[in-house]
Design a binder for this molecule. Structure first.
Ligand code: BTN
Length: 209
């Protein structure tokens, strides 16, 4: 992976989108970092891993990236549908996958030495984490859909939870029952492909024996 390092940039996503597959952009600080659904992603300089990777596009890109990032961050990390990494109920990191033709720019922001109120941090060396992440992304973007979804479901904190789905002009509650083969979440029998998921009650622990 060819890594471009920047001190400051509006968003690593916008630098990466002009680069070929196999490139990555890392910044100490972003002035217009963005998240899913057009939200801002802000953090103080040097406090997070802010990176964008250029990968071959695939339909399950966000899910492959989620599994890769969770594995790079550690065994305690859980995945919240569709793009968040959590530790002990607190958000640690967010992912953003943006398609550009046959390429996909996967952006990730991981809180290292600072986190917003109520969010988690990871006590890891940034360069080491970047190298682990690059390796995992390469592996998981080469994996089958079945392997990706299997690994995603295993690490999911959403499946089995009672959730509220918030869509433009609509909201409903239900049990997060399944993740379909295209990544859609099934809540109370309804297919969810966009919107926000609020976890209301966690999945019950697995029965012993
Ligand atoms: C989210 O939680 O909604 C996704 C957040 C993604 C943030 C990362 S930081 C690096 C890359 N550059 C951006 O502007 N966004 C992503």
């Amino acid at each position: 992976m060819r890594v471009i390092r920047l001190a400051i940039t509006p968003s690593t996503q916008d630098v990466a989108r002009r680069l070929p597959v196999g490139s990555a952009v890392v910044a100490d600080h972003q002035t217009s970092g963005r998240g899913r659904l057009g939200r801002a992603w802000d953090s103080p300089p040097g406090a997070s891993l802010l990176a964008s990777f250029v990968l071959p596009f695939r339909d399950l890109a966000l899910f492959a990236a989620g599994v890769a990032a969770a594995r790079a961050c550690g065994p305690e990390v859980r995945l919240k549908w569709p793009n968040d990494l959590y530790v002990e109920g607190q958000k640690l990191a967010g992912l953003l996958a943006e398609r550009h033709g046959d390429r996909c720019v996967v952006g990730i922001g991981i809180n290292l030495s600072w986190a917003p109120e109520g969010a988690a941090m990871l006590d890891r060396d940034r360069e080491e984490l970047l190298a682990d992440l690059a390796g995992e992304l390469e592996d998981w973007f080469g994996a089958t859909d079945e392997a990706i979804l299997g690994a995603w479901r295993e690490r999911s904190m959403t499946l089995g939870s009672w959730v509220r789905i918030e869509l433009d002009g609509d909201r409903f509650e239900g049990l997060a029952e399944a993740i379909e083969n295209d990544g859609a979440l099934i809540v109370g029998g309804r297919r969810v492909t966009v919107g926000d998921v609020v976890h209301l009650r966690p999945a019950p622990p697995l029965a012993a024996g």
